[in-house]
Design a protein around this ligand. Structure first.
Ligand code: ATP
Length: 239
């Protein structure tokens, strides 16, 4: 493990909704340049963790990102610090065009040249979106909507992307395409924390993983070890 402090360091993170303890004190770390996956069944608390990290849900415990304590830091400030969340269900505005959806990600900025350059950079990575710039987001295919969601997050020049089930609802071919894009983004320097039920794909691109059960980390390890772990094989890899 590198001597550098982790880009993201989470200690004893807990999230409650009224009396329901959805996340019961989990700890994890993500180092710069890594792809780390967080796996777990429905309701294990994965989305709640991402939502807490990105400032959308109150939490207990400690979250440090790029050397900063994120307690009570508002969501827009967290984006500005370099952490961007691609939510489950993608969060695309269906009536707005692809261009407008991308533009929304930069509403807080006023540097028109910078925005133009970032838009070009992102569209170079997603040529399919360039071809559909004036098309309403709601008319894109599922895979294209997922690309738009990732592209929008990248507009904020993220250092760390939090991805909530990018494979959801996509055909195997599209899942491979999206995961290929994620690997490419990672090679270009963006760190990824990937929440997935598709453990097979997630462990293929991640270097490490955490397995979450009912709001707690049940176990964690290097992807290769997790792929051969009987508990993972039984619960997530179909035997
Ligand atoms: P999935 O894979 O099904 O999306 P998950 O692992 O992401 O599940 P969460 O969405 O974090 O799990 O949910 C954890 C628990 O918290 C669940 O029991 C869920 O019903 C509950 N929960 C999530 N959001 C809320 C909320 N806003 N209010 C009340 N309960 C919630």
């Amino acid at each position: 493990m590198s001597a550098k402090p982790p880009l993201l360091e989470v200690k004893d993170l807990a999230v409650s909704y009224g009396s329901l303890r959805a996340v019961k004190g989990i700890s994890l770390e993500v180092h710069e340049g890594e792809i780390v996956t967080l796996m777990g069944a429905n309701g294990a608390g994965k989305s709640s963790i991402l939502s807490a990290l990105s400032g959308l849900t109150p939490f207990q415990g400690t979250v440090r990102f790029d050397g900063q304590d994120l307690r009570r830091v508002p969501a827009d400030r967290i984006v500005a610090l370099g952490m961007a969340h691609v939510p489950e269900g993608r969060g695309i505005f269906g009536d707005l065009t692809v261009r407008e959806n991308l533009r929304l990600a930069t509403w807080i900025r006023h540097d028109r040249e910078g925005i133009r350059a970032d838009t070009e950079r992102v569209l170079d990575r997603f040529p399919r979106l360039r071809d559909r710039l004036e098309q309403p987001g709601g008319t894109l295919s599922g895979g294209e909507q997922q690309m738009l969601a990732v592209a929008r997050a990248l507009m904020s020049r993220a250092k760390l992307l939090l991805l909530d089930e990018p494979s959801m609802g996509l055909s195997p071919v599209l899942v491979r395409e999206i995961f290929g894009i994620l690997q490419e983004i990672n090679r270009q320097g963006v760190t990824l924390l990937l929440v997935e039920q598709n453990a097979n794909m997630a462990l293929r691109i991640a270097s490490r993983g955490y397995v979450l059960e009912t709001g707690q980390v049940a176990f964690s390890g290097a992807s290769g070890d997790l792929r051969s772990d009987p508990r993972v094989r039984k619960a997530y890899l179909g035997g």
